[in-house]
Each structure stands twice: as C-alpha cells, then as structure tokens.
Design a protein around this ligand. Structure first.
Ligand SMILES: NC(=O)c1ccc[n+]([C@@H]2O[C@H](COP(=O)([O-])OP(=O)(O)OC[C@H]3O[C@@H](n4cnc5c(N)ncnc54)[C@H](OP(=O)(O)O)[C@@H]3O)[C@@H](O)[C@H]2O)c1
Length: 212
C-alpha cells in the first residue's frame, strides 16, 4: 500500500512520517519545502493547491497534515479541502486529514459543540473554528468516489508530550483521558491515525483521539 503524506514537514506531518517509517510502510512526502525533511523518503515538491490527480495516482492512501496556524486565514483550509474534493473525485482512494477538536461535540447526545463553550467564545477562537468546520463539512458533503476520514486531535494537542502508546478514539465527540482531560501527544495521534489507515474503523466519518 503506497501512502503519501502532504505537509510531512509540519509538526503532525513529521510525527506521522516517522511513525509510518517505523512501521515499514511505503511512504512518500508531498511537501513545499523538501529541505526541511530529515527522513530519507521519496519526495514530491508541491504547494498544496498545485497537487494534481496525476501526482496522487500512485497512492492508495493520502494523508493530509496541511496546517495553517494563521487565525486570520483559516479560509485556506476550505480551499485546500475543495481542492482535494476536486482532484480525488472518482479516484477510489482514501484521504485522511488532520482535523480539529474545536468543532467536535462535547456530549454523547451530540447537542453541544466545543466552539460554543464560554472558553472558546471568550478566547475569540469560535469564528476560526467555524471556518475549520466548513473545511470538514466540505469534505463530508462533497466527496465523490473516494473514502475519507477526518482525524481530530484532543483539545490539548501537545508536541513535546511523550508517546504513551495508550489512546482511544470516538466518532465526532471529544475524548478524554482517565483524569477527565482531553489531551493527546502528536506522537500518540500519529499512531492512532496510522492504526486507522491499517485497520479502518471510521470510513467517511469524523474521528477523535485522546490518550487513555
Ligand atoms: N487541538 C486541536 O484540535 C489542534 C491543535 C493544533 C492543530 N490542529 C490542526 O492540526 C493540523 C496540523 O497542525 P500542525 O500543528 O501539524 O501544523 P504545522 O506544524 O504548522 O504544519 C503545517 C504543514 O502544512 C504545510 N503547509 C502550509 N501551507 C502550505 C502550502 N500552501 N503548501 C504546502 N504545504 C503547506 C507546512 O509546510 P512548511 O513546513 O513548508 O511550512 C507544514 O508541513 C491543522 O489543520 C490544525 O488545524 C488541531
């Protein structure tokens, strides 16, 4: 199974790439800045919106770790998702993207979104979260002829936190650890995402991850 990782130079991308290599998977990096890559893997150099259907033709699975932390330009996430919908149409591949906890539900009844909590409203993060949600719903509502999974980290997504190797997943609802905190390291998140690649449980769904 040939796998491509878009954005393999970012914090999520580099952890997913390292985990894929550790698992012996056949992985290619699709990045705009190849000089930033430390792992020795095949590389395709592309701006994300320049990636074509021909570029993706060799791959069964495409992982997008694209990120844009500029809170004023969250719209780029929607453009990127629209681009994936276009180039993957009827290609019968699988796309997994790194999502966000902000548009997950906070309760099992799925009536309350995290972006509606006072904390998110007061922090001014709600508006950007709604745009990120639109990126997700663009994929959910417009994907034709390919499978997708949006994999959302826990509320606290920690790069420096060590891997625990113990994590659990859910659909659409924020997951928490035994202490009641929604937290996951980038390393555990990468492992959970690749578990989903190798043993799909969330085809065409929004999946969430937290450490145990
Ligand atoms: N708790 C949460 O839910 C939570 C928290 C944080 C982040 N996130 C989500 O996680 C995702 C990834 O975050 P991250 O922290 O891993 O991001 P990151 O470290 O900023 O990495 C972003 C990646 O995207 C690439 N990229 C950006 N613009 C590009 C373009 N125009 N063309 C090609 N590549 C481009 C970057 O390439 P360069 O290396 O060349 O810049 C980099 O590889 C985001 O979608 C974010 O919304 C969720």
């Amino acid at each position: 199974m040939k796998i491509a990782i878009i954005g393999a130079t970012g914090k999520s991308g580099q952890k997913i790439l390292a985990e894929a290599i550790a698992r012996g998977l056949d992985v290619t990096a699709i990045v705009r800045s190849p000089a930033k890559l430390t792992a020795k893997v095949p590389v395709i150099q592309r701006e994300v919106l320049q990636i074509t259907a021909t570029d993706l033709a060799p791959f069964a699975v495409i992982i997008s770790a694209f990120g844009n932390s500029d809170g004023h330009n969250r719209q780029e996430h929607v453009q990127v998702m629209q681009h994936y919908v276009e180039i993957l149409k009827n290609m019968h591949k699988r796309l997994l993207t790194v999502g966000a906890a902000s548009y997950l539900f906070t309760n099992d009844q799925k009536t309350k979104k995290f972006y509606d909590t006072p904390m998110m409203r007061l922090s001014g993060l709600r508006a950007g979260s709604l745009v990120l949600e639109t990126a997700y719903t663009t994929l959910r509502d417009q994907a034709i002829g390919f499978n997708w999974t949006v994999v959302a980290p826990a509320v606290t997504y920690s790069f420096d936190r060590p891997a625990t190797g113990h994590y659990h997943t859910g659909a659409e609802v924020i997951q928490k650890n035994a202490a009641g905190k929604s937290i996951v390291s980038y390393a555990d998140f990468a492992a959970a995402l690749l578990d989903e690649v190798q043993a799909p449980q969330y085809l065409n769904q929004l999946m969430s991850v937290s450490e145990d």
